[in-house]
Design a protein around this ligand. Structure first.
Ligand code: FAD
Length: 472
């Protein structure tokens, strides 16, 4: 432990996740002196260390196994895969360390002072740091980027190592024979993809009436159909009422229509949501009151109720996604540097990196129904996509929602291979205020999965020739 330092900076950033390091780097590039306080001893936050990146590293391995298994139907067979958990973990760890080391190097290059320790606000201009780097930091502006952590309900006995959260599951300690995933949201379904490919018999229980609840149900259907074959069971509109640790396993009781009787599982993974890290950071010393769910309210410049204190990322609320945190981080840093920046995106994409992937952006049909927004849609089924069929897949769809009067694109959804990558075009179309013609008249390469976006627009216009145009 070192002596306590007194540090003075223009901008203090609390939390070194995607929001925090982006804000720190942008602020430094714009000429601010910057201190970045992070308690985990490494930059990257949840996303790099226990979220986006480790999960995608394991999903890549799952994809290799699934594709090799499916090759059977095309006359190519591979032997049953042999899994070396050390080797698999090493792949994931190498990806994570390459990225986190890169962040450390970039912080140095930009002369961002990174302090390893836990920060607590002491007043509206000072932060105390305890840990490896004991310090008191005086700042002109601060950006709060402390992110979120998993929700742990007392009914799940987390002191039993067989009860996992997403962080435990990504450590890949063992491949359980049977695994129950509680919560069929994006994280739960990605973990179902990983563990089922690695050989576990996976069941999923979801309280809502479908998996990936925020997505439109037509987009979820192809995914649910595929997972019915891959998983042991998917229970929707069912809740877990009790978990009893027994020597031979975890005995789980359920409630709801179609709920199974009490069942033993080797392990359970609880992925029921995340809560903001707004407690224990000294918000009261700043005079900031979080909302009833613990999120910090901010304006479009990401300023809190106290003008020189900004908040970004998961701490500001849904959607809790890394790309939202990154963009908010840039906005806060730019506003502090006096630039006319604001966070007012036309759309924020969501992607489940399942197999098939499920991705959506902008308006959904669910949201349109809730808010009474008028829309029409064009849908192109991938069963008519030469590229998808060549890939051995006939499930999936591309959907475009548009304004019935102006034909402007309001939203899009894709279920199918690489949906997350394909969605980029829809994001750009929405941000640029494109209409159906802008998309359908753009020549897309054939045969690609990306042309399904133009074909969905053609379905909407009735100009499609690859299928019969829908009757108006
Ligand atoms: P965080 O990443 O949570 O970082 C906050 C940091 O602040 C942490 O490192 C924490 O240690 C630090 N901190 C907190 N309090 C203090 C304190 N008092 N003092 C010092 N430091 C402190 N998002 C996507 O967009 N795509 C994905 O594919 C994706 N996959 C995910 C998979 C999983 C399994 C999980 C759990 C999440 C996933 N997410 C994904 C969500 C994504 O990780 C978060 O939205 C993102 O990390 C939020 O960034 P942030 O900067 O707001 O906070």
């Amino acid at each position: 432990m070192s002596d306590k330092k007194n540090i003075q900076v223009d901008t203090l950033i609390l939390g070194g996740g995607p929001g925090g390091y982006t804000a720190a780097f942008r602020a430094a590039d714009l000429g601010q002196s910057v201190a970045l306080v992070e308690k985990r001893g490494i930059l990257g936050g949840v996303c790099l260390n226990e979220g986006c990146i480790p999960s995608k590293s394991l999903l890549h391995l799952a994809q290799i196994i699934n594709e090799a298994g499916e090759a059977d139907q095309f006359g190519i067979s591979f032997a049953k895969p042999k899994l070396d958990l050390n080797g698999m973990r090493a792949h994931k760890d190498k990806v994570v360390s390459t990225l986190t080391k890169g962040l450390g190097a970039m912080a140095k290059q930009r002369k961002v002072q990174v302090l390893n320790g836990t920060g607590t606000f002491l007043s509206s201009t000072t932060l105390g740091v305890t840990g490896d780097d004991e310090a008191e930091v005086t700042f002109k502006q601060a950006i709060i980027a402390t992110g979120s952590r998993v929700v742990q309900l007392p009914m799940f006995p987390f002191d039993d190592s067989r009860v996992m959260d997403s962080t435990d599951a990504l450590e890949l300690k063992e491949i359980p024979g049977t695994l129950l995933i509680v919560g069929g949201g994006i994280i739960g379904m990605e973990m179902a993809t990983v563990y089922s490919a690695f050989g576990s018999e996976v069941s999923v229980v979801e309280l809502m009436d479908q998996i990936i609840p925020p997505a439109d149900s037509d987009l979820v259907k192809p995914l649910a159909r595929m997972y019915k074959k891959r998983l042991k069971a998917i229970y929707t509109s069912v809740k877990v009422t009790k978990v009893e640790p027994r020597k031979e396993g975890l005995l789980v009781s359920f409630e709801g229509e179609g709920a199974p009787g009490a069942t033993l599982y080797d392990r359970i993974l609880v992925s029921i949501g995340r809560r903001p890290n707004s407690d224990a950071i000294g918000l009261e010393a700043l005079g900031i009151t979080p909302d009833e769910r613990g999120f910090i309210p901010v304006n479009e410049k990401r300023q809190s109720s106290i003008a020189h204190i900004y908040a970004i990322g998961d701490i500001t609320g849904q959607p809790m996604l890394a790309h939202k945190a990154v963009h908010e981080g840039k906005v806060a840093a730019e506003v502090i540097a006096g630039e006319p920046s604001e966070f007012s995106p036309a759309c924020i994409p969501s992607v489940a990196y399942t197999d098939p992937e499920l991705a959506w952006t902008g308006l959904t049909e669910k949201e349109a129904a809730e808010k009474g927004i008028a829309y029409e849609k064009g849908v192109f089924p991938w069963a008519a996509s030469g590229r998808s069929l060549s890939n051995g897949r006939n499930e999936g769809m591309t959907k475009v929602l548009y304004d019935p009067e102006t034909k402007r694109i309001l939203g899009a959804g894709i279920c199918g291979n690489n949906a997350g990558e394909l969605l980029a075009e829809a994001n750009l179309a929405i941000e640029m205020g494109s209409d159906l013609g802008d998309v359908s008249l753009t020549i897309h390469a054939h045969p690609t999965l990306s042309e399904t976006f133009a074909l969905a627009a053609e379905m909407a216009e009735g100009t499609i020739t690859d299928l019969m145009p829908p009757k108006k």
